[in-house]
Write a protein that binds this ligand. Sequence first.
Ligand code: PAF
Length: 253
Amino acid sequence: MTVLVPTMGSLHRGHQALIKRARTVSKEVIVSIFVNPLQFENKEDLEKYPRSPQLDIELATLAGATEVWFPEYEDIYPGEITTLSAGPIGSILEGKSRPAHFDGVLTVVNRLFEMVKPTHAVFGEKDFQQLFLIKNISKKVEIISVPTVRGGSGLALSSRNARLSEIEQESATIISKALTAAALEKSIESAQRTLDDLLGQEKAFTKDYAVIIDEKDFSIANQMSQKKRGLVAGWINGIRLIDNMPMNAGHQS
Ligand code: PAF
């Protein structure tokens, strides 16, 4: 069995959790590190994406990777690119703000799967919509998901956090605080209100969306929804941040 952990590098404890989970499945764990231009709709974001290859090798190896693979653009896209479509769910929420982002993600993941032919692949829950879409296209590779790893303040670990100042990181904790408070609410309406109220209190945070969705199909959650999740996205000083948590609202126990 071979487990692939696809990443864009700038590894942190969140990625290490994916690698450790992969090692529970197989002794052969390949970590790919490729900053995929196809999934960046914004040239500046691509250029500014943090890169730390030497540290990545150390962190991946420490977590149990048996191979750290840095493919070149030409390896992944040797000829004309056949782009995969993420369909309707790829163009809502994250996909609405980042047109063609998920087409780019699915295209590269599909290429990585074609090249490595893993039996399993591991992805984080932090990119919840991405995880959903990858699960949908993956016929031969078993997808394993790993819960989001957080810093002591609750902030979801992300490579982009490296671009936030200390004060901005403090402001960014409003996202996990709002999701945690909303998760305790008894109804979807009060959970939504809590999300909106708390996020609105942090001046440094510009909200893109804060919604509670049905995990089955990403529609807005209602009383019939079994599993509900709060999804939040926005910017601090132009840096995009996303997070999500399961919501208990309306849960019948
Ligand atoms: O989640 C990421 O880091 C990327 O979207 C992925 C899955 C490695 C594809 O480039």
